[in-house]
Design a protein around this ligand. Structure first.
Ligand code: NOJ
Ligand code: CA
Length: 512
């Protein structure tokens, strides 16, 4: 079982947007390689790279045309290998994005399966057995190929579902079981893809829509047949690549039971991450960090405990600042708020995933035109802001693939110069985290979680106290008088005989 994951701090890089070295307006491998020292300077020791494969980019690269080839947009095969080599030389692990459930509609195997005579790829994808069949509960695409049937897709119409079979076969005329030969072949193909990149130096995978493989497989907390596949794959890793890690996009403790080392707690309605930092007024839920105090730590405590207890013996929760599918937290929160939010997210028990640019408070760009079917997500994918020159230092192109937000404060160069910047704060936070084993151990307990009162939790001998409000507040928690503040965002809280007094917008860590 991999030994490095528990002390990993990840940085998510969306390759299109990070650094362009050849002036074509797209980020590239050479650009990432040139910024590895920067990534390291943050205190991150691992990278999650969004899809880097050959793709027509009809969904930001989550539509893979060739699983064994890098996208020429990002550079050559050698540029990729050089990126992995340099990262490793600097002590940075790299996990790649694995898209196991669907290919691009331009994948040669799919095109082969779409021919109107049976062939070796006929059952690699899921096709109905007639052009007028539109099964309920599935997205079926018709009229695009001459095969007499419609194909099922996982997400967009450009992403045909690979055939891992059906857990419950309703119509045997076109649905195969999860242990059919065709389904087994798809599984073996997937293992081949994984071995290829692990042999090439990858340290593991973030797995896209990990729960989507087998159809009719129950809800997210069930997925028996899909789980069986991942357990088989986990066994393969344990035997052949024991240090490799699997991080799932599943967002349910079932992922850990299925063999994943870590699973993202995503921004889904009502889960602890969502209730902590998002909240959805239209659905009548408020973020705990709502500075007007409409959040509720009590609910978060119960839900987080339930989730954490279900995973802690066998895996980790992957905790994000944000990701390429979610609006960034800025500008909805200011930098003082972001400091206390990051302190909270990254001192809770979990593996931190910082999304590129969140360390400088890059803003979600509301309403910008969609690129490569990002739609609203495009606003979280704009170029990294390195400085305040042309295209924020991202590219010399006249028109990069997405317009950069040139801002004289929200850029790396400016924040490196400013001791009090968000960037320097993030570095201090990760350095503090690294210096204290408590944060990677499993010892965790909420001490106070009531409404919008300060949230207090314990990690071994450390106690974290967070006040999300614009006004001072206090928590009725008695800490030993000798408790010493070892880290703070905002002014530190004070231990009193009857409780803890917290300044407005503050997060304090005490050593007891
Ligand atoms: C989840 C990915 O994060 C998202 O960007 C993508 O569009 C879908 N899966 C489909 O692959
Ligand atoms: Ca480029």
């Amino acid at each position: 079982m991999s030994s490095w994951l528990k002390s990993a701090v990840f940085y998510e890089i969306y390759p299109n947007s990070f650094m362009d070295t050849n002036g074509d307006g797209y980020g590239d491998f050479k650009g990432i390689t040139s910024k590895l020292d920067y990534v390291k300077s943050l205190g991150c020791n691992a990278i999650w790279l969004n899809p880097h494969y050959d793709s027509p980019f009809m969904d930001g690269g989550y539509d893979v045309r060739d699983y064994f080839k890098v996208s020429p947009r990002f550079g050559t095969e050698e540029d990729f290998d050089e990126f992995i080599r340099s990262a490793h030389a600097k002590g940075i692990k790299v996990i790649l994005d694995l898209v196991p459930g669907h290919t691009s509609e331009q994948h040669p195997d799919f095109l082969k399966s779409a021919e109107n005579v049976p062939n070796e790829m006929y059952d690699r994808f899921i096709w109905t057995n007639g052009e007028w069949i539109f099964p309920e509960g599935f997205k079926a695409i018709s009229g695009r190929h001459n095969r007499k049937g419609n194909y099922i897709v996982n997400f967009y119409s450009t992403q045909p579902s690979l055939n891992y079979g059906f857990a419950r076969v309703d119509d045997p005329s076109w649905q195969m079981s999860a242990d059919s030969d065709a389904a087994k072949k798809t599984r073996e193909w997937l293992k081949g893809v994984m071995r290829f990149w692990l042999d090439r130096g990858a340290d593991g995978f973030r797995v896209d829509m990990a729960d989507s493989l087998v159809k009719n497989d129950g809800d997210q907390s069930e997925k028996k047949a899909t789980s069986a596949i991942w357990r088989e794959i986990r066994t393969m890793l344990d035997n052949e690549y024991p240090e490799a890690v699997l991080v799932s996009e599943w967002s349910n403790p079932q992922a850990i039971r299925a063999g994943f080392h870590a699973d993202f707690m995503l921004d889904h309605h009502g889960n602890p991450y969502n209730l902590l930092v998002r909240g959805e007024e239209e659905k009548d839920t408020y973020s705990y960090f709502d500075a007007d105090g409409r959040g509720d730590a009590g609910v978060i405590k119960d839900k987080f405990n339930e989730w954490y207890n279900a995973v802690k013996d066998n895996g980790h929760i992957a905790i994000i600042s944000c990701n390429h599918d979610t609006p960034r937290l800025a500008p909805f929160y200011n930098h003082d708020q972001l400091k206390i939010i990051y302190t909270t997210l990254f001192t809770l028990p979990g593996v931190p995933f910082l999304y590129y640019g969140d360390e400088i408070g890059m803003k979600y760009q509301k309403g910008i035109p969609s690129v490569e079917c990002g739609f609203a997500r495009t606003g979280s994918r704009t170029p990294m802001q390195w400085d305040d020159t042309k295209n924020a230092g991202f590219s010399s192109a006249d028109r990069p693939f997405l317009k950069a937000d040139v801002d004289k404060n929200i850029n790396v160069a400016a924040q490196q110069r400013d001791k009090k910047s968000l960037l320097n704060f993030v570095k201090e936070l990760f350095a503090f985290r690294k210096a204290h084993r408590e944060f990677v151990e499993k010892d965790f307990e909420f001490m106070h979680a009531v409404g919008s009162e300060p949230l207090v939790y314990k990690r071994g001998k450390l106690v974290v106290v967070v006040n999300p409000l614009k006004v001072k507040s206090s928590a009725p928690v008695e800490l030993p008088q000798k408790a010493e503040c070892v880290f703070s965002a905002g002014k530190p809280a004070k231990v009193k005989k009857t409780g803890i007094d917290c300044p407005p917008l503050s997060a304090t860590v005490f050593s007891i």
